[in-house]
Design a binder for this molecule. Structure first.
Ligand SMILES: Nc1ncnc2c1ncn2[C@@H]1O[C@H](COP(=O)(O)OP(=O)(O)OP(=O)(O)O)[C@@H](O)[C@H]1O
Ligand SMILES: [Mg+2]
Length: 374
């Protein structure tokens, strides 16, 4: 019988695990939130991932549970573990990707470099932090944020008053110093339950309007020292937190060359999509290998440069698939990935990968294909 991997969540990350699962002979099954989701091809169940009975029923027919997102409640995850289900990443690791306050506290314990931060329970506490940090800061809701939602740059504590009034008793917000970064990087690591791990070269991520727009692998101009430092930070976090599967560490690079940890994702991540076509082992295959406790694959890039460009929003006339031929024609070297999602302003509906020896040429090729979806 084929090894059965159950993925909770039917988004594009689950969708992109399907092809490598088929290649490896893994029986991949998805618990989707709704009918017609991105990963519907592998959906064997539709239901609420917050409902223990639903998740239990789904988990009963698989050998390992993993995720398309980090929103499955801790109570549900812990009940699965108590049932004897293999859950990767496990709840003890995943909580640090679920709650940014828990993450900051744990990274401090591990000695990972990170921005100054504080837990703030009211406007007064926030103002105290701002006063100590040049009057500005970045306020974050600890849970449930994505694509920049739940992140607000403020120059007065009052600007976060609505978030404070929405907090449940005993809850708090995270505030961080506004890091004057020169660019954002991301480090991908894969780690098996037996502790074996591999790292990808650190990449540069370019955000527009709080959403990842482009990724360049490896990060241009990064020297051997920073390459090694980013890999070390990634490995130490994977180890220290006991992460299994893919880990993405979002990083800031500062003017004086420091690298600080922004946040963590314990699953394939947008910053690693380039590896699907640009590395010996893509992150979706690597995630499956890691959570199934199979030997990990090489992470070596196929070319000097790889570029990933997100297709954001998609064509206004909703004719996403109608544009594919034009994208393929615009750049025969580029690889087009579509997510089967309805276009909507700002929504990630696909991406384009390209690789080669000259970065400008690779960027132009990827952009030519991506522009066909504008
Ligand atoms: N302390 C900070 N200083 C400066 N800029 C920041 C800081 N924290 C976040 N940002 C900016 O806001 C973006 C989104 O923040 P963060 O990654 O915490 O949010 P998210 O919504 O959870 O992320 P994602 O877009 O990865 O889902 C970052 O990529 C960065 O550009
Ligand atoms: Mg982020």
């Amino acid at each position: 019988m084929a090894l059965r991997v159950g993925v909770i969540g039917g988004g594009q990350l689950a969708r992109m695990m399907i092809a490598p699962a088929v290649e490896l002979g893994i029986d991949i099954r998805v618990l989707a939130e709704d009918e017609g989701m991105s990963a519907q091809l592998a959906a064997t169940a539709v239901g609420d991932y917050r409902d223990l009975d639903t998740v239990r029923r789904f988990a009963a027919d698989v050998d390992v549970i993993t995720f398309d997102h980090e929103h499955v409640p801790q109570e549900v995850l812990r009940a699965l573990v108590a049932d004897g289900v293999a859950v990767h990443p496990g709840p003890d690791a995943l909580r640090f990707a679920q709650d940014k306050l828990d993450m900051r506290a744990r990274l401090a314990d591990l000695g990972a470099p990170q921005p100054d931060w504080a837990r703030v329970a009211d406007v007064g506490e926030l103002q105290t932090f701002l006063d100590a940090h040049g009057g500005r800061g970045v306020v974050k809701t600890p849970r449930g944020g994505y694509d920049g939602k739940g992140v607000r740059v403020v120059s007065a504590a009052e600007e976060a008053a609505d978030w404070f009034s929405g907090l449940a008793d005993g809850d708090a917000l995270l505030v961080e110093e506004l890091v004057p970064f020169v660019r954002e990087l991301a480090q991908q690591v894969a780690r098996r339950p037996n502790g074996e791990s591999v790292s990808y070269p650190v990449v540069e991520t370019v955000q527009k309007g709080g959403v990842c727009a482009e990724v360049i692998a490896p990060a241009p101009g990064v020297d051997a020292e920073h390459l090694a430092e980013a890999a070390r930070i990634g490995r130490e976090i994977a180890e220290g937190l006991g992460v299994t599967g893919m880990l993405a560490v979002e990083l800031f690079q500062t003017e004086d060359g420091r690298i600080l940890v922004n946040e963590l994702a314990m699953r394939p991540h947008n910053s690693g999509h380039w590896s699907q076509d640009g590395a010996v082992t893509g992150q979706f295959e690597q995630h499956l290998r890691a959570v199934a406790d199979l030997p990990l694959g090489e992470t070596t890039p196929h070319a000097d440069w790889s570029v990933m460009i997100n297709i954001l929003g998609g064509p206004a006339d909703a004719g996403m698939l109608d544009r594919v031929p034009a994208a393929l024609a615009a750049s025969p070297q580029a690889k087009v990935h579509t997510y089967g999602k309805a276009p909507r302003p700002g929504r990630k509906v696909g991406h384009v990968n390209a690789s080669g020896s000259d970065l400008d040429t690779v960027l132009a090729e990827a952009r030519a294909a991506a522009d066909a979806f504008a």
